[in-house]
Design a protein around this ligand. Structure first.
Ligand SMILES: Cc1cc2nc3c(=O)[nH]c(=O)nc-3n(C[C@H](O)[C@H](O)[C@H](O)COP(=O)(O)O)c2cc1C
Ligand code: SF4
Length: 524
């Protein structure tokens, strides 16, 4: 029977994937054609969704972007045999956007049925855990450390060191927590993993539990991700039934079980200590560190807390060995990074590649420039707390240290593109406003500084202080506020808000200058 693959991930559903799948089923029934529709995750070529992939004698052939109204025309031709059609894209793995990628974490996403454990296994799933069970905790920690994996949630902390700290902390109860709050603007890789390859996350967390001696795990998913919640819950139930979670994993002595918890819509609940507070049923207030979560985390017990992508990298590392992962990348940034191209960009989507590719290649070559067709003015990398990069810095390699050297950060790998209509003074105001709205309120520089920042930026934008000492004073006040927030905030929400503000001011000073007419008036 012919199999047709249609994505069921949020990005594809948003542009009508369900309607396309229903139209295919209707058309097949009307024409009495036996056909199986397999709902997958997305391959992450979002400008081509809804994309359908047909399994034919010459391999899988993709067509897209499809609309329900196009479906009848698919059946009129010999599309089910991979034939010609205006929307024919050819074999998906030959689409240039995919050819240029190195998919280690996303190798299965969009290809397998995320609800099928058999499909997961048939595509290499659970090989990592099987090897981990033979290695034992110390050797697993060694592999993870040697792989050079750094946390993909934003801070880039070495995962092996974090796990070893938890492993070395004596306690009868330990936890593994997955941070799936994914609050950064322009990011969606965690969601794609959960919706497209959920057993990979379960496998990664199970290996972590084995390495550190934990028996219980939680996946904290943002409330805006109902499809990811459903996919994870279904996968957890299946894994439990198959003995891959529960009291005797793979029939052995390891016990580990998982539960999903849903966040309440606060950006700051992605910060690890505030997430733990929220998991404990309290308000999402940031905790002072030390103690580190690795020593005293959830309910005061040693806790591994990692991002979805960090756990998702683990099965490959254990299955293929640390060297196979570490051979990709540059400097201290090893392996691959699932980069998310978003905002005003022609080819938005998921691009997994080894560290080291330049920002310009990502935005211009791979992303194809802006969707509006206008010149790129700025890109914000690393979420709402990331710096704005001008074209002059497009030669920056995508790696943690190169970005830090240029006062930027990689964060969770989100790139949001702006064209020349963007007003960077307004973006600087927005950075302060975002911080004011999302601040947990625990420390003064963030709670008060962000509001003072909004007020000051509004005075600058209103231009009432044009070409006068007032304007210079207001800019100096912004710089002063940024310094205070950077040095005095308890967490990176207040501490990193200066990145977008100061990068906007440094790289786009004209947007902060009074309008030409105002300058003329002032000069008169
Ligand atoms: C304000 C704020 C929001 C954050 N949001 C997230 C998030 O949504 N997802 C995430 O994985 N990490 C987030 N982090 C980073 C976490 O605090 C933490 O570093 C991460 O969960 C550790 O996992 P990793 O080592 O695998 O990156 C955030 C940090 C801050 C300060
Ligand atoms: S910096 Fe902001 S979010 Fe972080 S602890 Fe202080 S008030 Fe809370």
């Amino acid at each position: 029977m012919t199999r047709v693959f249609v994505a069921r991930d949020s990005g594809a559903l948003a542009v009508g994937a369900d309607e396309v799948a229903q139209a295919i089923a209707r058309e097949a029934k009307a024409r009495n054609l036996p056909l199986e529709i397999v709902r997958t995750g997305s391959r992450g070529l979002y400008w081509l969704e809804p994309m359908i992939v047909v399994e034919t004698a010459i391999g899988r052939i993709a067509y897209g972007p499809m609309a329900a109204a196009d479906v009848a025309s698919l059946f009129d031709g010999d599309v089910l045999a991979g034939g010609a059609h205006p929307m024919r894209l050819g074999p998906p793995e030959r689409i240039p956007f995919l050819v240029r990628q190195t998919r280690l974490t996303f190798a299965r996403c969009g290809i397998i049925d995320p609800r099928s454990l058999e499909d997961y296994r048939a595509h290499g799933g659970y090989r990592g855990l099987e090897r981990a069970l033979t290695l034992g905790p110390a050797a697993i920690l060694d592999e993870v450390t040697k792989s050079g994996l750094r946390g993909r949630g934003g801070a880039g902390f070495p995962t092996g060191i974090k796990w070893k700290t938890v492993a070395d902390t004596a306690s009868r109860q330990k936890y593994v927590v997955c941070n799936a709050d994914e609050g950064d603007s322009g990011t969606f890789a965690d969601r794609m993993v959960m919706e497209g390859d959920p057993f990979m996350l379960i496998e990664g967390m199970t290996i972590a539990a084995l390495a550190v001696g934990a028996t219980t795990g939680f996946i904290y998913i943002r409330s805006e991700y109902p499809y990811a919640v459903a996919a994870m819950e279904a996968a957890i139930a299946t894994a439990r039934r198959a003995g891959m979670l529960g009291k005797a994993i793979c029939g052995g002595p390891l016990a580990f079980d998982l539960e999903v918890r849903i966040g309440a819509g606060a950006y700051v609940c992605g910060e690890e200590t505030s997430l733990l507070e929220s998991l404990e049923g309290k308000r999402g207030l940031v905790r002072a560190k030390p103690p580190l979560p690795a020593h005293k985390g959830l309910f005061g017990k040693p806790t591994v807390i990692n991002n979805v992508l960090s756990f998702a990298a683990i099965p490959f590392i254990l299955a293929e060995g640390a060297e196979a992962y570490a051979e990709f990348g540059m400097g201290k940034s090893r392996g691959t990074m699932p980069i998310q191209l978003a905002g005003n960009i022609k080819h938005g989507g998921l691009f997994e590649t080894a560290f080291g590719i330049t920002l310009g290649e990502l935005v211009d070559d791979i992303g194809g420039g802006t969707a509006s067709g206008r010149p790129v003015k700025a890109v914000q990398v690393g979420g709402p707390l990331g710096a704005y990069f001008p074209r002059a810095l497009f030669d920056t390699p995508f790696d943690y240290e190169s970005f830090a050297k240029r006062d930027g950060l990689l964060g969770h790998g989100g790139i949001v593109v702006f064209d020349d209509t963007a007003d960077m003074a307004k973006q600087a105001r927005f950075a302060f406003e975002f911080c004011a709205i999302e601040s947990c309120g625990k420390c003064t520089p963030c709670r008060i500084g962000s509001t003072r920042g909004v007020e000051t930026m509004e005075r600058i934008i209103a231009g009432k202080d044009h070409a006068t000492k007032d304007r210079a004073d207001n800019i100096a006040l912004i710089e002063d506020l940024c310094n205070t927030m950077k040095l005095g905030s308890l967490c990176a929400l207040g501490g990193f808000t200066p990145y977008p503000v100061m990068s906007a001011l440094t790289h786009f000073p004209d947007d902060f200058a009074p309008p030409a007419t105002a300058r003329l008036q002032a000069a008169e």
